[in-house]
Design a protein around this ligand. Structure first.
Ligand code: NAI
Length: 244
C-alpha cells in the first residue's frame, strides 16, 4: 500500500514511535528511524521492519531540536533510502512542573523538542514532498494540547502549538496535494507514562473506554491518516474518550 515511499519516524526507537515504524513497514513503506540516544533499540526496530516485512530500514541519530542536524539527517535519508514521502513527527519529552516553579530550561527544552522539532522536520522535508508530488505528514500532539493539563504548562503549550502548526501547514501545502494531520493521544502505556498510569485507578476511571491505550492504538490512527487522501488539517483523538 505504501510501497515505493520512505517514511521518517522521529523518536522511532521505542514506545509509540516504534509501533508506528513497524505499522508503516507492514504497509510496505521503507523506514527511517530517527532516534536520540539508544542505537541498539533503534536498530532492533529496523531489524524487525526488515525481517518481518522485507522493507528497507535504517536508523539515524539526530536531535530533532537542532535545525542543522535535522537538515543533514533528511539529506542522508534522501540519499540512502530515496522517495521521502511520509513524515511522522513523534519525538517528544515531558518536563512537568507547577507553573509557579517551572524552570526556564524545562520550558525551553519541551518547546524545542516537541514543537520546534516538528517544524525542523517539516521545514526540511516539504521541498522533497513538493518535488515528489506526494506528502503525508502526521504530527503527534496530545489531548494535553487540546484541553490543558495542570503541571504541564510547557507540554500543553508545545502540543497546542503542534495543532496550530498542523493546521497552517495543511492549508499551505494542500494545493500541492500534500496532507498534514495530527493525532492527539490520551494516556498510552509507554516509558513516558508508566510511572503515572501503572495501577492508577483514578486515571483508568477517567477514561470512558476503561483502559489505558496501547502504542498500536496510536499507530493505527497514524496509518489511517497516511492512507487518507481527502483528510487534511484534522486532529484525531486516540484517548478512549477521555477528552470528549
Ligand atoms: P517515549 O518517551 O517512550 O518515546 C519518545 C521518543 O522520542 C524516544 O524514542 C526518544 O528517544 C525520542 N526523543 C525525545 N527527544 C528527542 C530528541 N530531542 N531528538 C530525537 N528523538 C527524541 O514516549 P512515547 O510515550 O512513545 O511518546 C511519543 C509521542 O507521543 C511524544 O510526542 C509524546 O509527547 C506523545 N504522547 C504520548 C502520550 C502517552 O501517554 N504516552 C500521550 C500523548 C502524547
Amino acid at each position: 500500500m505504501l510501497k515505493g515511499h520512505t517514511a521518517i519516524v522521529t523518536g522511532g526507537s521505542r514506545g509509540i514511535g516504534a509501533a508506528i515504524a513497524v505499522k508503516l513497514a507492514s504497509m510496505g513503506a521503507d523506514i527511517a528511524v530517527v532516534y536520540a540516544g539508544n542505537e541498539n533499540l533503534a536498530q532492533d526496530v529496523c531489524d524487525k521492519c526488515i525481517s518481518e516485512y522485507g522493507v528497507n530500514a535504517k536508523a539515524y541519530k539526530c536531535n530533532v531540536a537542532e535545525y542543522d542536524s535535522v537538515k543533514e539527517t533528511v539529506a542522508a535519508i534522501k540519499n540512502d533510502l530515496g522517495n521521502v514521502g511520509i513524515l511522522i513527527n513523534n519525538a517528544g519529552i515531558t518536563r512537568d512542573g507547577l507553573i509557579a516553579m517551572m524552570k526556564e530550561p524545562d520550558f525551553d527544552a519541551v518547546i524545542d523538542t516537541n514543537l520546534k522539532g516538528a517544524f525542523n522536520f517539516i521545514r526540511h522535508t516539504s521541498s522533497l514532498f513538493i518535488r515528489g508530488k506526494y506528502g503525508r505528514i502526521v504530527n503527534i500532539s496530545s489531548v494535553s494540547g487540546m484541553i490543558g493539563n495542570p503541571g504541564q504548562a510547557n507540554y500543553s503549550a508545545s502540543k497546542a502549538g503542534v495543532i496550530g502548526l498542523t493546521k497552517a501547514v495543511a492549508r499551505e501545502l494542500a494545493p500541492k496535494g500534500i496532507t498534514c494531520n495530527a493525532v492527539a493521544p490520551g494516556f498510552i502505556g509507554t516509558d513516558m507514562t508508566r510511572e503515572i498510569t501503572e495501577g492508577n485507578e483514578a486515571i483508568v476511571s477517567a477514561i470512558p473506554l476503561g483502559r489505558v491505550g496501547t502504542p498500536e492504538d496510536v499507530a493505527n490512527a497514524v496509518a489511517f491518516l497516511v492512507t487518507a487522501d481527502y483528510i487534511t488539517g484534522e486532529i484525531i483523538r486516540v484517548d478512549g474518550g477521555m477528552a470528549i
